[in-house]
Ligand binder design. Structure first.
Ligand code: HEC
Ligand code: HEC
Ligand code: HEC
Ligand code: HEC
Ligand code: HEC
Ligand code: HEC
Ligand code: HEC
Ligand code: HEC
Ligand code: HEC
Ligand code: HEC
Ligand code: HEC
Ligand code: HEC
Ligand code: HEC
Length: 443
């Protein structure tokens, strides 16, 4: 085999120089490289669109060393050969494997090529000589990849950054997406994976879904990391329609940055009002236009004044009526059980309804008779808080309703406040008064 190769080399020498090997010419005499390119031999050299400098001027021997007897030394260390004339491209921290191996000619034709820099192929095809084409597969292909610009992000030779990239982390992206760099600057809250690296969500190359995602971007993508939310949303009995619009999670959350906590697109209450600015249908009947309701009812309950709807509602759904965080009886009556009012007792003292007699626990008392106890703390026909209070807002003091739904009827409450107590003339009974200092004797 070795002999065959040597012979072929010998023959090629004959062909190249068109002279007999048994002739007496010396290498020195043959140093005129013009003879390499003749009509018969290497005729195509120099004819391609891009010809390497020394080849263009016929300097074959600047790279090929002729041994005696007109055979040519096989080129053993190509990399070092190139570095005789070119700056080294293997001195940075990260060196591309073929460069490290000195395999310059895997990418560059040493002589000529139809492609710029005498490359062996153009654009992505060059890289796909060695890398898997699948990398750029997908219905959606990133702009620079689509135009063959692998080198817009990767240096083909060497780099100080990981993965042959020409910058670190998000700076790779911000080189071109300067509008995003600008828009993300100075925001109060940056979504954790955005801070870390854009490629946590966007493939830099291609993806099956819009924006080069590997899964649908408005919900499935989120579930890749927020699997707890996926489980929660699937499990809850009362679903929130807010999650089911076209924008899904993005109706309320900005995936990148926000000036509001929890990546919300607006202030929390304003976020709710994006949709709750009209009456909506639910499986449990129509619900009010909450925006209008709050603007018409001026006495807003504490948490609403603080802009916090989520202290009572779980926006992502819940097992309770009206996506409430805790059970809250949906009806006018419920047998007393302090558990029924966990929602309210998250913030208010449960003692409010526990003792029959008190002079401190509540203002709703007649002398020392606790009227909260009287109304609520009953095994049969205990009134629920909603019988008297509205959780959001009313125009009465102490969030007392004007009327409460009682079956099909809007049962009036008829509350009047006085200096030391008040009076009610509800649909339930005649007018009763209470006074905290001097107990009133109602008939
Ligand atoms: C810049 C250095 C360089 C110059 C100048 C150069 N060559 Fe080469 N040549 C090489 C290298 C390197 C190889 C080995 C090719 C490889 O590794 O793929 C090679 C291989 C060859 C081969 C083997 C077949 C092939 O194409 O791979 C021939 C024939 C050849 N060169 C002819 C020439 C001729 C004729 C000239 C002058 C017109 C020339 N070379 C100038 C570097 C050079
Ligand atoms: C004998 C000196 C010499 C050697 C050896 C040499 N080159 Fe060159 N190379 C040149 C010259 C001269 C140019 C033309 C410079 C110019 O156009 O700016 C050139 C140009 C190039 C270019 C195009 C640069 C451009 O800006 O267009 C590439 C790519 C290149 N060489 C790669 C190689 C590779 C790969 C090797 C090793 C296989 C190699 N060179 C070996 C002298 C050499
Ligand atoms: C993985 C493929 C690949 C390998 C291996 C490779 N190059 Fe390149 N080289 C390229 C590409 C692609 C470009 C064009 C870069 C651009 O578009 O800016 C290039 C450009 C060049 C240039 C001209 C532009 C410049 O940066 O000055 C030179 C010279 C060069 N390479 C030399 C080498 C040398 C020497 C080696 C081996 C030590 C080598 N290359 C190995 C892909 C490669
Ligand atoms: C001659 C074969 C070859 C060509 C052509 C080639 N590469 Fe590579 N590339 C490699 C090898 C080998 C590795 C090392 C693979 C490994 O470590 O798993 C590599 C690694 C890489 C890496 C990963 C580095 C890392 O740290 O994991 C990137 C990015 C890369 N190449 C980009 C490119 C780009 C862009 C091109 C086209 C400009 C290209 N390659 C062309 C052979 C090649
Ligand atoms: C917009 C910038 C950008 C472009 C354009 C780009 N890449 Fe990348 N590429 C990246 C980033 C960022 C990574 C790092 C991925 C990581 O760390 O997981 C990467 C990683 C890679 C890797 C390593 C793969 C791995 O899983 O570690 C290879 C190989 C690669 N790119 C090849 C290419 C090729 C080939 C092209 C052209 C078809 C290309 N890249 C175009 C940004 C880009
Ligand atoms: C070399 C420039 C360049 C770099 C670097 C770059 N991009 Fe792009 N990107 C583009 C171009 C061009 C488009 C296509 C714009 C268009 O279609 O409107 C694009 C489109 C996108 C899109 C889709 C936008 C849309 O409206 O469809 C996303 C998402 C994206 N890039 C994310 C990234 C991420 C993440 C990185 C960093 C890994 C990155 N880009 C780096 C140039 C770049
Ligand atoms: C948590 C996942 C995630 C991360 C991380 C992420 N994005 Fe996005 N990105 C998205 C989603 C979701 C959309 C779609 C937004 C929409 O439809 O309104 C998007 C859209 C885009 C778009 C196109 C639409 C637009 O808003 O112009 C660009 C460009 C973009 N992202 C750039 C980036 C850059 C740059 C980074 C890193 C700084 C980044 N993204 C990090 C999820 C992410
Ligand atoms: C690559 C993983 C990843 C993806 C994809 C992702 N997130 Fe996140 N997200 C996180 C991490 C990590 C945190 C920080 C968790 C923590 O602080 O407990 C976070 C936090 C959040 C927060 C709370 C922010 C805060 O200030 O406490 C919200 C809201 C959020 N993500 C929504 C989304 C939405 C909506 C999507 C889909 C568009 C999404 N996430 C996609 C990883 C991800
Ligand atoms: C209708 C508005 C709305 C939609 C749609 C929505 N969220 Fe939220 N999300 C909120 C609000 C308000 C908060 C802050 C209050 C809280 O913690 O419950 C929040 C908080 C979060 C948090 C951080 C706090 C926590 O509970 O862990 C994550 C993570 C989150 N949402 C993920 C998602 C995901 C994933 C989706 C899509 C499946 C989604 N959200 C859809 C309104 C929404
Ligand atoms: C993207 C639109 C949208 C946003 C934003 C939104 N909602 Fe809703 N919400 C709906 C729709 C549609 C319904 C009616 C369907 C359903 O859930 O029964 C609804 C129903 C409700 C219900 C009644 C649920 C039931 O079935 O009984 C409550 C309570 C509620 N939303 C609270 C909130 C709160 C609190 C916020 C802000 C954190 C909010 N919503 C933000 C669209 C939205
Ligand atoms: C203190 C607890 C609490 C807070 C805070 C709260 N809610 Fe409610 N919400 C409830 C309760 C309890 C119900 C059930 C009302 C009922 O049927 O008596 C309810 C019902 C609703 C309904 C259905 C109304 C209907 O017509 O049946 C909507 C819509 C709603 N809330 C939205 C909001 C929004 C938006 C906010 C913030 C502005 C908010 N809630 C803040 C406790 C609260
Ligand atoms: C997230 C905490 C929170 C929850 C839950 C909550 N409240 Fe409140 N409530 C407050 C705050 C804060 C105030 C205003 C401060 C104050 O007056 O004590 C307030 C005030 C009130 C007042 C008027 C007190 C006054 O002196 O003006 C009534 C009545 C009331 N809440 C009833 C309820 C009922 C009924 C529930 C259950 C549906 C409930 N609250 C759930 C925080 C809460
Ligand atoms: C029969 C009507 C009625 C029912 C039922 C009722 N309340 Fe009240 N509540 C009132 C009245 C009237 C006041 C105002 C007392 C006053 O004059 O200050 C009040 C006051 C309050 C206050 C303000 C602090 C205090 O005790 O004075 C809170 C908090 C409160 N109620 C919570 C609740 C909770 C929680 C429930 C359900 C467990 C409930 N109420 C059930 C009528 C009622």
């Amino acid at each position: 085999m070795r002999r065959v190769l040597l012979f072929l080399l010998f023959l090629s020498a004959v062909v190249i120089f068109g002279v007999s090997t048994f002739g007496m010419e010396t290498a020195a005499q043959q140093s005129s490289d013009d003879t390499c390119i003749t009509d018969k031999c290497h005729a195509s050299m120099g004819k391609a669109k891009f010809v390497h400098g020394p080849v263009a001027v016929g300097e074959c021997l600047s790279c090929h060393e002729r041994k005696a007897k007109h055979s040519f030394q096989p080129i053993t260390n190509v990399g070092e050969l190139c570095y005789r004339c070119h700056d080294r491209v293997d001195s940075k921290k990260g060196v591309h494997k073929p460069v490290k191996d000195g395999s310059c000619t895997k990418c560059h034709d040493p002589h000529q090529s139809p492609f710029k820099f005498q490359l062996r192929a153009e654009g992505t095809n060059l890289c796909f000589l060695c890398h898997n084409k699948k990398l750029a597969d997908g219905k959606f292909v990133h702009g620079p990849v689509a135009v063959g610009g692998c080198s817009m992000c990767h240096n083909p030779h060497q780099t100080d950054f990981p993965k042959m990239l020409n910058a670190r982390g998000n700076d790779v992206c911000f080189q071109c997406h300067t509008d995003k760099a600008e828009a993300f600057k100075g925001k109060k809250f940056v979504h954790n994976p955005v801070q870390d690296n854009c490629i946590n969500c966007h493939s830099p190359h291609a993806g099956e879904y819009k924006f080069n995602f590997s899964s649908e971007g408005s919900m499935d993508l989120c579930f890749n990391c927020h699997s707890d939310k996926k489980e929660w949303i699937a499990a809850v009995k009362v679903k929130h329609g807010g999650l089911e619009t076209d924008r899904k999670c993005l109706a309320c959350h900005d995936p990148h940055v926000s000036d509001f906590p929890k990546q919300l697109v607006k202030q929390p209450v304003d976020t709710c009002m994006l949709c709750h600015n009209k009456p909506l249908d639910t499986p449990e009947g129509k619900i009010v236009d909450m925006k209008e309701y709050l603007s018409k009812n001026k006495e807003h309950h504490g948490p609403i004044l603080q802009g916090d709807c989520s202290s009572c509602h779980n926006t992502h759904g819940s097992d309770n009526f009206r996506i409430l965080r805790k059970y809250y009886p949906p009806l006018f009556y419920a047998p007393f059980d302090p558990k029924n009012y966990e929602l309210c007792f998250n913030c208010h003292e449960r003692t409010l309804v526990q003792d029959a007699k008190t002079t401190t626990l509540t203002g709703f008392r007649n002398g020392d008779q606790n009227l909260h106890f009287v109304h609520v703390n009953k095994q049969v026909k205990g009134r629920t808080c909603r019988a008297c209070h509205d959780a959001h807002a009313t125009n009465n003091p102490k969030h007392i309703r004007n009327a409460v739904p009682f079956g099909a009827w809007g049962l009036p409450v008829g509350f009047q406040q006085s200096a030391n107590g008040g009076a009610c003339l509800p649909g339930c009974h005649q007018k009763f008064e209470y006074d905290r200092i001097k107990g009133v004797k109602n008939r």
